[in-house]
Design a protein around this ligand. Sequence first.
Ligand code: COA
Length: 264
Amino acid sequence: MNQAEEWKNLLVSVEDGIAILTIHRPSKLNALDNETLDELSEAFTGCFVEEEVGVIILTGAGEKSFVAGADISMLAEQGVLDGRLNSHLGQDCMSLIEAGPKPVIAAVNGFALGGGLELALACDFRYASSNAVFGLPEVGLGIIPGYGGTQRLPRLVGYGHGLEMILTGEKIDAEEALRIGLVNRVFPPEDLLEEAKKTARKILKNGPLAVSIAKEAVRRGTEMALEDGVSLEADLFGMISSTEDMKEGMRAFLEKRKPEFRGE
Ligand code: COA
């Protein structure tokens, strides 16, 4: 990833281990066209490999919108084959974010509709500004969510709440999103990014390999039967026990000092 690189629809900054990716298509309320999806995939891949980055925060430019959906003018042109392809293109980007080895926090600063909500769902957890609005309005456009929303939303908020949102297409506010577990916390708009950074800083104090492996254990394990999930956990526990970070973490505790993790 090159911070200085000229992205068309993204702003990228890295400071003190935190990468902030801001989707920037203000004239379209940050709607996702395929070019923006490509840029997101490229920027996330860059953040995942860049040693300097420990946590990624994803947000939208402006005060009104996180992402107002997939770009409807692009979807309006599609037929069966390119519809399927568009869905795969979006899904690939979401899966890349979800499976990445570093934590990703969505700072939802306004509309998170359709593909915007699906993008937030692919992040590890979500903080919202009090003016955020969530919804999967696709059925009202005669389509269904195609970037993983039919799968990730019910898995996160439960079948009933998920299907209610998908079948009605109705929008919910930040408080309701908090109530159903779609977001972890709600903040005044002016505090949202700083609060996300505070959490990022707490994560950054921990062993980076442990953080990464913990994410993997939860992400993969929750898709398995409990027996398989705990077995995966034991394997990963064994793996993390072979690291220098483990030795440093334990030694620092015993020596009553702060650990200095090197990610090794
Ligand atoms: N795709 C393409 N363009 C979009 C868009 C989307 N998903 N969402 C918003 N825009 C564009 C609008 O067309 C408008 O462009 P224009 O100025 O060239 O006409 C611009 O962004 C501003 O949107 P506007 O509708 O004027 O703002 P608003 O405050 O009145 O309404 C929304 C905001 C989010 C409620 C409304 O834009 C909306 O319903 N967007 C579509 C949401 C959606 O269905 N997403 C799922 C897509 S699968």
